[in-house]
Ligand binder design. Structure first.
Ligand code: ATP
Ligand code: MG
Length: 732
């Protein structure tokens, strides 16, 4: 037996993992470049870990000479854990598992140390020092004269990251799609301020990458130092590596070219931030001697999940065609549920999770972090522990939350100008700053509203609204928090104010209302406003503490993005509605003929589905904030894939020759294309008989039959020839 076989046999005995031929080939390919392109759950990460172990155990490589580059800090620790499980006899920190950012940071430190340049990071954990977001906010305001919204801030920082990661020259900035006014000037100004003091540069995370790349270009000594440090470099999740990151790696492996890259183009979900999956297409151009291997067998998920996910991803056109398959058995079919309202979704989840013995086996995945708040409220009420890797506390510091708490504070005392100052622009009587100053000078022992009535020159509508406010605050006094929020929204006119503000300042009303809806949900069972404030604090603390629950028996809550590379026995994908996944933006761009964004959303959905080992549930609802919402087209697509063919008794005598393989008899009059169907048209359905088409849209067709109305999947009706045009007389 050669040493490869000895190693594989030993590992099979120790771990029970028997590598397949391609996996073995990858492990044994220790010299020169290799690209392993493979489906989810096919063992990319497993093979990477095995290869590291093989290098150490069989090739006698010093562990510290191996560099394993991961996508995020979380995936670095996931890899370390897997390594410890597979090779418990080697200390985990003997191999250098880290993100590319951390490698780049070391290079930057050396580079600047040599040049005697001091610098300061403006991202990450810092208290009080210069901060990227504050800086961007300031520049935005100075150029646009108003405050930037959270959404705009996110768009702007993404724009900056995108350009840096793609190494785009100045003249190409204008080609980047971004709705922020003066975005190019803001970016220029941002760079100017960061570089203003040459002896104390300000750096963001992306600068580390561009500067490390420059350091490798300009400083041969530093490049050599890092090239000499490692003999083997491995990168996981390489479909999400950006151009500047590829450039760094390319230089790092220059002398030996022992580069091992694993990737799945179908799981590329960061192109909005500058990931460059197309680089993999050119892998042979950069490394002409590269070996390229493919793996399509999935070891993670049940047959039900693998087959559906494999067909689902084929709706994308911009991809290498692969055929993921599995030898795993069938488990439970994928469950699709649509609830009346999104609150029922949360209640359903808690009830289902409560039943699961080992909480660690469950993950709840969502697209947007905001989905988690309502859920943690419900989980906490039922004492279900949860782990959130990258929790987002933005909800609790959102100005709508602060407004509601301040309105509530006003019911305890309406004398304090400092509280009133926080909300006076949102009370609907348009008080000016001067009027507020005037107010502050008056007797503080009097009610603010009584003082305001003394102001000369108030308009009639103002007097009326001030009366409404005073009356509402009095009415709110001692009320339950839910009633109080409703009074604020509807009687005080806060909903109306939010709508007006959104129109003027470009906020997303839907999001603001969903914050209010979540607050109402949190308030629902509470007796006093004080309890409500305490509950918010409690939930905020709980959220912060949740990241320490990783090794406890807790369920995982995660965005689709952060779930990459992970696996769970049971996965719930939630909030699967149009406008969330795909987002409004993706839908609009798709309608305008731009496919890219929509395809990325498909990949994101695919990443979510392929996290599940045995059970997968896709959840959505019909109403959100009282408004009708439609189920995600991706869920409709999955439904189409899993729907078993409709079994219909053949209309013809049994001995008639069957047409094709379909269980539905062939109907030459059947409607074959969607454009032959119109609302109001009378049709005959093969099973349900005559009916009138009531509505069409989102892949569905609604038909009013004589007895009942039914919503059917359009594609199925057409594919199986279930409908034919009919005479109106039948439905009269
Ligand atoms: P992703 O694309 O989601 O990151 P991946 O390709 O990295 O997936 P892994 O996480 O390495 O896949 O493996 C998925 C699961 O399959 C793991 O539970 C792993 O233990 C198992 N597995 C991998 N290879 C084999 C094999 N040859 N035999 C049995 N199980 C395997
Ligand atoms: Mg992986």
């Amino acid at each position: 037996m050669n040493k490869g076989e000895i190693f594989f046999n030993r590992k099979k005995e120790q771990l029970g993992v028997k590598l397949n031929d391609v996996q073995k080939k990858s492990v044994l390919h220790t010299k020169g470049p290799l690209l392993l392109l493979a489906s989810p759950g096919s063992g990319k990460t497993t093979t990477t870990i095995m290869r590291i172990g093989y290098l150490i155990e069989e090739e006698g490589v010093e562990p510290s000479r191996i560099k394993a580059v991961t996508f995020s800090r979380a995936s670095a620790s996931d890899m370390k854990e897997r390594f410890a499980r597979f090779f418990p006899e080697h200390p985990t920190d003997s191999v250098d598992f880290s993100t590319i950012h951390s490698l780049a940071f070391q290079v930057v430190r050396d580079y600047f140390y040599k040049r005697n340049v001091s610098y300061q990071l403006i991202e990450g954990n810092q208290d009080g020092g210069p901060n990227k977001k504050l800086l961007v906010r300031k520049i935005y305001k100075s150029l646009n004269g108003e405050n930037i919204t959270e959404e705009q801030l996110e768009e702007l920082t993404t724009y900056i990251s995108f350009i840096k990661n793609k190494l785009l020259p100045r003249e190409e900035w204008r080609n980047i799609d971004c709705d922020i006014p003066f975005v190019e000037t803001i970016f220029e100004e941002y760079e100017k301020i960061k570089n203003a003091n040459p002896s104390n540069l300000l750096l963001d995370y992306d600068d580390m990458l561009t500067i490390a790349n420059d350091a490798f270009i300009n400083d041969g000594m530093i490049l050599q130092k890092y090239q000499n440090r490692y003999d083997y470099v491995l990168t996981d999740e390489s479909q999400d590596t950006s151009l500047v990151q590829h450039a760094i790696i390319e230089k790092l492996v220059g002398p030996h070219r022992n580069l091992y890259v694993v990737a799945d183009d179908d799981q590329s979900i960061y192109s909005w931030r500058g990931a460059e999956p197309k680089y993999l297409l050119d892998f042979k151009k950069v490394y002409p001697d590269a070996v390229i291997l493919k793996m399509e067998q999935n070891y993670r998920s049940s047959k039900d999940i693998v087959d559906v996910a494999n067909r689902f991803i084929k709706r994308n056109k911009d991809r290498y065609d692969k055929n993921m398959f599995t030898e795993n058995p069938v488990q439970k079919p994928i469950v699709i549920k649509q609830f009346e309202d999104y609150r029922i979704q949360a209640k359903y989840l808690v009830q289902e999770i409560d039943r699961v013995e080992r909480k660690k086996d469950v993950a709840v995945l969502y697209r947007n972090n905001s989905s988690s708040i309502m859920l943690i409220n419900e989980l906490d009420r039922n004492q279900i522990p949860f782990y959130i890797k990258d929790s987002d506390n933005r909800f609790f510091s959102h100005w709508v939350v602060k407004d509601i708490l301040n309105f509530m504070r006003m019911t305890y005392t309406d004398k304090r100008v400092d509280i009133f100052e926080q909300i006076y622009t949102k009370c609907g009587f348009y008080l000016s700053r001067e009027q507020l100053f005037w107010l502050a000078k008056k007797q503080p022992s009097e009610s603010i509203f009584d003082r305001l009535f003394q102001y000369k020159g108030l308009k009639d509508y103002q007097v009326k609204q001030i009366q409404t406010c005073q009356k509402t605050f009095q009415e709110m006094k001692g009320e339950k928090p839910l009633k109080a929020i409703k009074l604020i929204r509807h009687q005080l006119g806060y909903d109306k104010t939010l709508k007006e503000m959104s129109k003027k300042l470009g906020f997303k009303t839907d999001y603001l209302f969903s914050v209010l809806q979540t607050l109402e949900e949190i308030a629902d069972t509470l007796e006093t406003m004080e309890q409500f404030a305490d509950r918010l604090k409690h939930l905020e603390n709980l959220l912060k503490a949740s990241k320490f629950n990783k090794n406890k028996d807790a369920i995982t809550l995660s965005t689709f993005h952060s779930s990459k590379g992970l696996e769970f026995k049971k996965v719930f994908m939630i909030d699967l509605i149009e406008g969330v996944i795909p987002s409004h933006d993706e839908i609009t761009k798709y309608k305008d003929g731009e496919r890219g964004l929509m395809e990325e959303a498909v990949r994101l959905f695919y990443v979510g589905m392929t996290r599940a080992e045995q059970e997968l549930e896709l959840l959505s609802y019909k109403k959100h904030n009282g408004k009708d919402v439609a189920q995600s087209r991706f869920v409709a697509n999955v439904k189409n894939i899993i729907l078993p063919p409709v079994k219909v008794q053949p209309a013809e005598p049994k001995n008639t020759r069957e047409r094709g393989k379909s269980t539905v008899p062939y109907n030459p009059n059947a409607i074959k294309t969607a454009d032959a169907i119109k609302e109001g048209m009378v049709v005959k359905h093969r099973v349900f008989g005559h009916g009138t088409i009531v509505s069409l849209g989102e892949g569905k067709i609604e038909i009013q039959f004589q007895k009942e109305k039914k919503a059917l999947l359009l594609e199925t009706c057409l594919e199986m020839g279930l409908l034919e045009p009919a005479d109106e007389v039948w439905v009269k």
